[in-house]
Ligand binder design. Structure first.
Ligand code: NAD
Length: 427
């Protein structure tokens, strides 16, 4: 057998959707959910796969593949981000759409779940190519989106400029400016103050609340390792550093990781990352691998890059005292079991990173009303909503003696099941 084949047979792709379904099953069993409702929730309502021909700057045509998956809209219009990455595939988008249904239900937002993505490395495209790709993608899925149907937002490698092009393309099609079709827009175009920081700030609020409950140190002696230094990872690292003086000892991005046991200044690191395109080679730090970062001795481990990072093998070596999931789906179910046995608390993604969709909800409300809030109101409403969800999940976990992920699923699935029961199954 050739080396390549051997590697292929060893390196079986992990299905994020299978992992999501295992998480659902644990909660469904605990809730004694009927088989029919379980089946209902384990299917995505609509799946769109589109081909996107784009004229590149050199005049050649490249064809990209785009996805939009609507998992469920029983509680309201679908909501979920758009990801641009070479790793985007149907399995990943389905899992992310499902997690959005669960997340919005945990927090109690009037939304269903969706997700979209394009298989592309956006760093290889010029700004004009990126704009043409975004407009073509918007146009290809335009019949299934809308401010009362399905409202996209940013995710990995997409940002407020991409949301502005998205909103403009939709508005050109319907013949009127429609702010509510997308969230995460620039503030000058109906975006909400506090949206960009919302996911990282939400993580901070749940960490502070967990600190109140468990009494661990949250000061200059609290050591933190963060995987991913994008919107979520950099914001939470900076907030923990600024608000609690925490010691950020390790950070990574797609190009590599850095470590300094005496602490890394995340604000200076952000400047370095913006100049060089990566956290690597930040002065005063030592290079580390992704695995070393995840298995580092620290108080808080914050995976904030992507799904399927904490596998069974990684979990065995994890020495962090607590894990706070910034990314969606970073931990596999088999790894959860190991973390439970080791007594490591995990604040799950569907609660911990819900700050982003919560402020997206505020942006949508503001866009529909054409009345815009100040930053103080955004932050205090975000804190209020997230902490209500936190308490509900935390109390249920204590009562049922389950981990916080299962408790969060139980909250969400109960809400969804009740809504399905009240609406009935059409026809
Ligand atoms: P981003 O594109 O701004 O940043 C992603 C970061 O992860 C980058 O630093 C990238 O280099 C790094 N990365 C990618 N692959 C990696 C790997 N294999 N190893 C180490 N680092 C890697 O994306 P983001 O918006 O910060 O999203 C990060 C995660 O958080 C995703 O799972 C996303 O779904 C989730 N999330 C984002 C939001 C939001 O509001 N942006 C909300 C909820 C959840």
């Amino acid at each position: 057998m050739g080396e390549k084949m051997k590697n292929n047979s060893i390196k079986k792709e992990i299905s994020a959707y299978d992992n999501a379904m295992k998480q659902l099953k644990i909660a469904a069993d605990k809730l004694k959910l009927s088989e029919g409702i379980y089946e209902y929730l384990s299917h995505c309502a609509r799946i769109y796969i589109v081909s996107l021909p784009v004229v590149m700057d050199d005049g050649e045509i490249d064809v990209f593949t785009g996805y939009r998956v609507q998992h469920n809209d029983v509680l309201g219009p679908c909501k979920g981000g758009i990801r641009y990455a070479t790793t985007v595939n149907l399995d990943e988008v389905k899992a992310l759409a499902f997690w959005m249904s669960i997340k919005t239900a945990v927090v109690g937002l009037p939304y269903g779940g969706a997700k979209g993505g394009v298989t592309v490395d956006p760093r290889k495209l010029s700004k004009k190519e990126l704009e043409r790709l975004t407009r073509r993608y918007t146009s290809a899925i335009i019949r299934m989106i809308g401010p009362h149907k399905d409202i996209p937002a940013p995710d990995m490698n997409t940002n407020k400029q991409i949301m502005a092009w998205f909103m403009d393309t939709y508005s050109m099609d319907v013949g009127e400016t429609t702010l509510g079709v997308v969230t995460g827009k620039p503030v000058e175009l109906g975006g909400s103050l506090g949206r960009e920081e919302a996911t990282g700030r939400g993580l901070l609020y749940v960490i502070e609340k967990m600190h109140e409950k468990k009494g661990f140190k949250l000061d200059e002696n609290c050591t933190v390792a963060v995987q991913g230094f994008g919107n979520v990872g950099s914001t939470v690292a900076i907030l923990l550093y600024e608000e609690h003086n925490c010691k950020i000892i390790a950070i990574s991005d797609i190009k590599g990781g850095i470590y300094n046991p005496d602490g890394i200044d995340p604000i200076k690191l952000k400047e370095h990352e913006q100049k060089t395109g990566s956290v690597v080679n930040f002065p005063g730090t030592k290079s580390i691998t992704n695995k070393e970062l995840l298995q580092m001795e620290c108080d808080l481990l914050i995976p904030a890059a992507k799904e399927n990072q904490i596998t069974e093998e990684i979990a065995k070596g994890i020495k962090a005292k607590m894990i706070v999931e910034g990314a969606n789906g970073p931990t596999l179910t088999e790894a959860d079991k190991i973390l439970d046995k080791k007594g490591i608390n995990v604040i799950p993604d569907i609660l911990a990173n819900a700050g982003g969709v919560t402020v997206s909800y505020f942006e949508w409300v503001q866009g529909l009303e054409n009345y815009f809030w100040d930053l103080e109101r955004v932050r205090s409403e975000l804190k209020r909503i997230l902490l209500i969800a936190f308490d509900r999940v935390y109390d249920l976990a204590e009562k049922e003696k389950v981990n916080m992920r299962t408790a969060a699923y139980m909250v969400a699935v109960s809400r969804l099941a009740k809504a399905i029961e009240l609406r009935g199954i059409f026809p």
